[in-house]
Each structure stands twice: as C-alpha cells, then as structure tokens.
Ligand binder design. Sequence first.
Ligand code: FA5
Length: 349
Amino acid sequence: MSTIEEKLTKLREDTLKQLKDLRLENQKELQDLKVSVLGKKGSLTEILKGMKDVSQEMRPIIGKHVNEARDILNAAFEESAAYLEEEAIKAQLASESIDVTLPGRPVAIGNRHLLTQISQEIEDIFLGMGFQIVDGFEVERDYYNFERMNLPKDHPARDMQDTFYITEEILLRTHTSPVQARTLDEHDFSKGPLKMISPGRVFRRDTDDATHSHQFHQIEGLVVGEGISMADLKGTLEMIIHKMFGEDRKIRLRPSYFPFTEPSVEVDVSCFKCGGEGCSVCKKTGWIEILGAGMVHPRVLEMSGVDSERYSGFAFGLGQERIAMLRYGIMDIRGFYQGDSRFNAQFKG
Ligand code: FA5
C-alpha cells in the first residue's frame, strides 16, 4: 500500500469516527470538520499533494481511491447534517409542546360604556311605547340648531348655548333639539302622530366642572299629534323618571324658558348624595336638574308647515350623564370621558 493510500484510509476512518462523536446541537462543528477535511486547504487536498511522487501506472488506481474516499466522506457529511437537522427539529418540537390538560387563560370580557347602557335602556322604554328612534347630525347647520328652534340670529337666548363654530353657518350642535325640526319636516301626519326620541352627543362652550362638560349626551323626545296636552308631558316624564330611579324618587317641575317651547319647564330630581338636604353636589339646593321640557312652540310647528291650530305636542331634552350620575352616585362627570377601564368596569349592566 502506498503512503497516500494509508493516509487516505486513516483520514476516512478518523473523519467517520469524528462524525459519530459529534455533539448533536453542533451544526457549526460539523461545518468546520467538513472544511478541514474536504475544503480547499483541507486534509484531502494536503494528501493529494503527494500524488506527484506516485508512479505513472499507479496514478489511476490511487486516483480512483481518492474519488471513492471523497464520495464516502461527502455522503457521510450529508447524512450527519440531515440527522442533526432532524434532531434539532425534534428537540424544538418537544420544547414547544402544548399541554392540552392545562386550564385555559380567562378572557377578559368588557362591557358597554355606561352612557351606552343608559341610552339603550331609555330607548327600550320608548320603543315599548311605539316611539321611533331617530339619528341626528353632530355637525349641524345654525339654521336647524337655532333658527328652526325659534332662535333667530341675534336672539338673546342664544347666549345660553354658546358653541364651537366651524363656519358662520355650520356648528357643533348645542342640543339634540334640531332633530325635532328635521323629523317634523319629514313626518306625514295623515299616518298618525309623531312620536320619536333621538339620543346623541352635543357640545357647548361650557366651563368643565364636576357636573358640566363641554361635550355631553342628550336624549331628545318629541310627540306631536291632535289633542296632546301638558298632562301627557307630565305623565311621560314621571313614568320615565320613576322607571330610571325608582318610584320613591322625588321630582320637581319648575317653570322655565326655552324659545322653542311654551310653556317650558325644567325637571329636577332629589339629590342622590344628600337626599334633598343640600350639599356641594346639588349646590345646596337639594335638587339636580336633569331635563328641560315643554309644549312645542306653535312657531316651531308652523316652520315645518304643521297646522298649529290642529296639532300640538310636547318635547323634552334630558342629559344622559346627569341620569347616570344620579343613579350611581357618580361625583365627577369627567369620569365618563377619560377612558379608564376601572371606571367602566364598575357598571357591568
Ligand atoms: C336644552 O338643551 C333643551 N334643548 C332641552 C329641551 C328640549 C327643552 C326640548 C325643551 C324641549 P338644557 O340646556 O337645559 O336644555 O339642557 C338639557 C339637559 O342637558 C340639562 O338638564 C342637563 O341634564 C344637560 N346638560 C346641559 N348642559 C350640560 C353640560 N354642560 N354638561 C352636562 N350636561 C349638561
């Protein structure tokens, strides 16, 4: 056997043994070994350098052995690489296995915002009485927000509801009352009386304090038909307030002024904090105002082309935040808008 053949055999045996002993996690070790054996500067190339000393007739034989050794080693490297890869995948799968017997993680279930709950509850009560629910525009025309509510330009009562103007003619609505004019325009009285409520967001240039916000929610109510009287208004208001706050809650109707109703009233409910004694929440009066109401002003009907001699109606606008505050003893209106889930989670509905 020539020296080259001996070297080849030894290289083959050593390499195969090394491959066997290779640590499983070690792809890099495998790669290094391959380079050191089969690479350009590897042991096989080194052995081949001895070919120049081999006789002419022996060269093809030795050459064949070299090729054989190279093929065997290449195949062994490929096999080891595949084996290592497979083992690595197995190890990864084992470490990531799912234990289906473990209990599941509880999913946090949220709840509707308290203001949504209040408006849905009120909607349900009125739907049960045959009212329709109407949507209005938060960005409204001065014409509907004021003029059609009997507040012509420069009317002093506009000062009660200053707002945010987008242009001279377009503003953020100060109340849900413009929906009255829009639905009166549409309603066909030959088909029966108009009975609607309209919940939504309104805006005012009010100073924010514990009970006032520059953005809040109202629910407008409107009933127009033949023979509708103040007694219907009072009965409806008493019914809704008792349903929302309980039969024993005290209610007070105070004469008031709104340009779009005549006569007008303001409705107060006895204070949730002091029960009527007088405290900081009710500003020492014992009462908290929750809504404005009245008999629809004949001019509002006429502007929609409704015959005010034949038809009459009542309207009201209640503050949703006030209702929620009264009901749950919420001391600060700002809690509704801060997006703190701890606030909302208290009212699971
Ligand atoms: C009005 O807005 C009238 N449009 C209501 C009305 C409708 C009267 C139909 C007659 C007929 P007022 O400005 O009083 O009225 O507001 C109605 C209710 O909204 C108040 O009773 C109060 O509960 C609530 N409210 C008013 N201003 C604020 C505010 N800044 N923050 C929170 N709630 C408010």
